[in-house]
Structures are given as C-alpha cells and as structure tokens.
Design a protein around this ligand. Structure first.
Ligand SMILES: C[S@@+](CC[C@H](N)C(=O)[O-])C[C@H]1O[C@@H](n2cnc3c(N)ncnc32)[C@H](O)[C@@H]1O
Length: 237
C-alpha cells in the first residue's frame, strides 16, 4: 500500500531529507528513488524497534535513524530542503502544531511531501480495510497510543492549506477497482486478533473484539479486501 513514484521531484537535488514517522522506511525509499540525488537522509521514528528494519531496507551512503517522539525533537539545524510524512498524519498527536513547525523549518525552495490514506468514497472491499484499520486504531488507543481513524480528503487538504503550505502537485490513487480475494486476508485478521488477545487482554477475548472479528471475516468473504485511497501532495512554503 504505497505510492510508487513521485514524478514531480525527479529533477530535484536535496541536501538533507528528513522522513518523519519513517517506520521501516518504505516511503523513505520512494523519495530517494524518485528524486535526482540526496546528500543526507534522516528517519525520525517513535518506535525504536523499527531501527533495524529501516537501516536494512533503506540504501543510502549517509543515513541516520533517530528514535524519538517528533513532538519532543528539537531540530538542531535548519533550514531543511525535503521533509516527508507518510501514512502518519492520523498517528501524530498535535498534528496541526507539527505542520506549523515544519513550515518554519523548510528552506525557501524546500519541499514537504505528504502521503496519507483517506476515507472517502470507499468501495465495499475498501470499507473492510477501513474497518480493520479502525479496529487496530481502537486497540492502540486503549493502550495509550495516539491513533485516530483516518481523515477525509477535505480534512487532509484543509490541514495542509491551514498550516500555510502551497500545494505544487497532488494526486489521488483511488485503488477502488481492486478486490483482493486471497484467503490469506482472513488468516491475517485471525492472527492479528489472536495476537492482541495474548498481548493485551490476558488471553480472554473482549466482546468488542469477538464481534469485530466475526463481522470482518463475514464482510471480507463477501466483498474481498482492498487498499485505501491514497493522497499525495508535494508542497512548498
Ligand atoms: C503507519 S506507520 C507509517 C510508517 C512509514 N511512514 C510508512 O509510510 O510506511 C506510522 C508511524 O508513525 C510513527 N509515529 C507515531 N507517532 C509518532 C511520533 N509522535 N513521533 C515519531 N513517530 C511517530 C509510528 O511509530 C509508526 O511507525
């Protein structure tokens, strides 16, 4: 589930690219592969366990991974000429103030790249992906993590323009004709639920989880599963 290429940046040469909430670097790689060159790459990520995967999967001669909450991170240098935030708008507490910090950090010719899943006009197979995501978000919230349901396209665009960015290029990948019928999707739901029961609920499945599991399995058998619509925006200050 990822935009594969960012056409707008193919001729750009960046000094320092920072991927905020980089996870294991899936989107970091897309940016590196889409532009002409980058001198230095930094991934910032709350979850330290992502470090190994990030350093293994992202290939770059000058690569760094910082394990820190972005809201506590003080940028020691500025300006920065490329910053991205992928699949993470809905993961970050205080996103509006982060966007305002990013706009101050960006160099005059710098780019901010947002990549986010959205919840508009979903096909039945995409509604199953949304319901699975909402279940994961609910469990994360019950255990103290900030993880909200995904935003609409209007909300995402409103956040970007509200922070003061200018959108130079944007695109929407609808993914609405996909309906993946692979039985592995059912296995994935069951494995996820059983792991949560062991990890968080002392081996006893709560009612809400049993009900969500049953409903999801039924709906996935009926309509399949599909990635959500994805929105990409390349922005300047
Ligand atoms: C869905 S993942 C996206 C990972 C990656 N950007 C990608 O596109 O594959 C969201 C990531 O945001 C990270 N995250 C959430 N809140 C954060 C914060 N306050 N500071 C840094 N990272 C954060 C999570 O740990 C998680 O790895």
């Amino acid at each position: 589930m990822m935009i594969e290429k960012i056409p707008y940046i193919q001729d750009r040469e960046f000094q320092h690219y920072i991927d905020i909430a980089c996870g294991e670097g899936s989107f970091t790689k897309v940016v590196i592969e889409s532009c002409k060159s980058i001198e230095r790459v930094t991934g910032i990520e709350l979850n330290a366990s992502k470090k190994e995967g990030f350093l293994k999967s992202v290939e770059h001669k000058n690569l760094q991974f910082l394990s820190i909450d972005i809201n506590d991170h003080i940028f020691e240098e500025d300006p920065i000429d490329c910053i991205s935030l992928s699949l993470a708008l809905h993961h970050i507490d205080g996103i509006e103030s982060l966007l305002k910090r990013i706009i101050k950090l960006l160099a005059p010719q710098g780019l901010f790249i947002v990549h986010e899943l959205i919840n508009d006009n979903l096909s039945p197979a995409q509604q199953n992906q949304r319901d699975f995501h909402q279940l994961k978000a609910r469990i994360d919230r019950e255990h103290g993590e900030y993880h909200r349901n995904v935003y609409s396209l209007e909300e995402v665009q409103g956040m970007i323009s509200g922070a003061g960015f200018t959108v130079l290029h944007d695109e929407l990948k609808l993914n609405d004709t996909i309906s993946d019928r692979d039985p592995d999707n059912l296995t994935r739901i069951n494995t996820f639920v059983e792991e949560q029961v062991i990890q968080f609920y002392d081996g006893k499945k709560p009612d809400f989880l049993a009900e969500a599991q049953k409903k999801l399995l039924k709906n996935i058998e009926k309509h399949g599963f599909a990635p959500p619509p994805l929105y990409l925006a390349v922005c300047s200050v």
